[in-house]
Design a protein around this ligand. Structure first.
Ligand code: LLP
Length: 463
């Protein structure tokens, strides 16, 4: 549609309505490497390519919407975390961010371990050949079947999350004639600076056992008495999409404080601590995430310093990044369907997906970027809201973003940094089919999770 066919919505910074955006960027065609996967660029015709393949070809071959993941970027980020922490620490990729068998194989090949939090994630990991002893099993309400299966498979650790679970895991391990390696997840009372729903170390929430009031110490006392358990450490995860390292500093201080109390009371120095995941990524050009080597340096320094002052041997550290590895490696490719300019407000751009493939905007008020990727444009910036095709007005993918004013139905647009918590939280709302995940690498593309079909939907509907 040409610009004259849909009279202008607001276009200039001085007449923009309220919202979470800065002034329009100088050039809408430029792709900020902070938010796009590493191999993303534009070809001489202005078409965006990833792994050497134009998005127009990907759309033709695999349809839209589609999640497109840059395998080289995923591997590079996984390796960067592994290298940054070295041989003295373990990196467990948090599978909840996004898990598939190809991802498990890439992680295995790059030397990472895996954190799973359900029977489904465990099954995916095992079926793709992740050695069980490199798997950590999480969750605040693991079923007895899940616990049984995890112990039977020989998972490297189970992270205990409640007093009931301490007894349950010990009992199941004993019934299998095993002694299960476990950590206890504690809440250290840190308020992470992130959205309330993804902050997890303050006390008034469902995860972990509070350090406050001596509850964590009591959990340790009980775990140490049970023959079915080998208590190897303490776990803390303070939240997600965090940029400020001070929360980790306080958490490490308190976890080491507990290790010291355990040593003083039981004469035991626990050999491991896990500081969880939660490191933030850039969703827009305004975000400034830290590099893995900076994070590794900061965390290992904090723990060594704390241990030195508590006169403890420095335990082996582990971390569980999910978003920071997979988030930036993928984008969601959509086709523009309809365009509605609302005078004095903004222009609504509807795409062929929506809250079923990205619930984060509706759920957390998350911010995303967007770009026209099937061509370049010199048209002036248009304040747009990218919305989906669902029967709900909160079905927003990108709340406020600038797109060129000559945007037209049939154009391809892409939302970067959707590798984490988009496919893994996707739904079938309105019986919309979940998009495929297409991996690209060195000029080749392959589907690693196929598009859902109507047959898939109807197969479950057995009424
Ligand atoms: N370890 C534990 C114990 C966790 O609970 C989580 C995330 C992670 C590691 C990985 O956190 P990451 O590095 O990916 O931030 N759905 C929300 C995020 C929920 C995170 C839940 N736990 C979102 O879309 O932002």
């Amino acid at each position: 549609m040409s610009r004259s066919a849909h009279p202008a919505g607001p276009r200039h910074a001085d007449v923009l309505p309220e919202g979470h955006y800065s002034a329009p960027p100088a050039d809408l065609n430029t792709l900020d490497p902070k938010v796009w996967a590493q191999t993303v660029t534009r070809d001489p015709h202005g078409v965006v390519t990833v792994g050497g393949l134009p998005v127009t070809r990907l759309a033709e071959e695999y349809g839209t919407p589609a999640y497109v993941v840059d395998e080289a970027d995923f591997r590079a980020r996984a390796r960067a975390w592994r290298t940054a922490f070295g041989q003295e620490a373990d990196v467990f990729y948090a599978g909840k961010a996004f898990l598939s068998r190809a991802i498990v194989r890439w992680l295995h090949e790059e030397g990472l371990n895996l954190d799973v939090c359900s029977g489904g994630e465990l099954a995916t990991a095992l079926s793709a050949g992740m050695p069980a002893d490199r798997i950590a099993f999480h969750g605040n309400n693991k079923s007895t079947q899940e616990i049984h299966r995890a112990i039977d498979a020989g998972v490297g650790r189970i992270v205990l999350d409640s007093f009931q679970e301490i007894v349950r895991v010990a009992h199941i391990a004993q019934s299998l004639g095993k002694r299960q390696r476990v950590q206890i997840r504690i809440t250290v009372g840190v308020e992470a600076h992130t959205h309330e729903f993804i902050a997890t170390a303050h006390e008034d929430q469902k995860f972990g056992i509070p350090l406050a009031g001596g509850q964590a110490a009591e959990a340790v006392r009980r775990a140490l008495q049970l023959d079915g358990l080998e208590l190897i450490g303490i776990h803390s995860h303070i939240g997600s999409q965090i940029f400020d390292m001070s929360g980790f500093e306080v958490a490490a201080h308190r976890v080491v404080g507990l290790l010291k109390d355990i040593r003083d009371e039981h004469g035991v120095e626990l050999p491991e601590i896990d500081l969880g995941g939660g490191l933030g990524i850039a969703y827009t050009s305004d975000d400034d995430p830290r590099e893995p080597h900076e994070i590794a340096k900061a965390l290992t320094e904090i723990v060594s310093r704390e241990c030195e002052s508590a006169k403890l041997r420095t335990p082996r550290i582990s971390v569980e990044p999910g978003r920071a590895i997979v988030g930036p490696t993928a984008f969601t490719l959509y086709e523009v369907g309809t365009i509605k300019p609302l005078d004095g407000l903004r222009t609504y751009v509807s795409v062929d997906g929506g809250m079923s493939d990205n619930i984060r905007t509706a759920l957390y008020d998350a911010e995303y970027s967007v770009a026209l990727v099937s061509r370049t444009s010199d048209a002036e910036p248009l304040l747009a809201r990218v919305v989906g095709k669902h029967c709900e007005s909160g079905d927003i993918v990108v709340k406020d973003a600038f797109l060129p004013a000559d945007l037209a139905p049939g154009d391809l647009i892409a939302v970067p940094a959707t590798g984490a918590y988009c496919r893994s939280m996707a739904s079938n709302y309105n019986h919309v089919l979940r998009p495929p995940v297409v991996a690209v690498h060195d000029g080749e593309a392959r589907v690693i999770v196929r598009r859902e079909t109507e047959e898939d939907l109807l197969r479950l509907d057995v009424g």
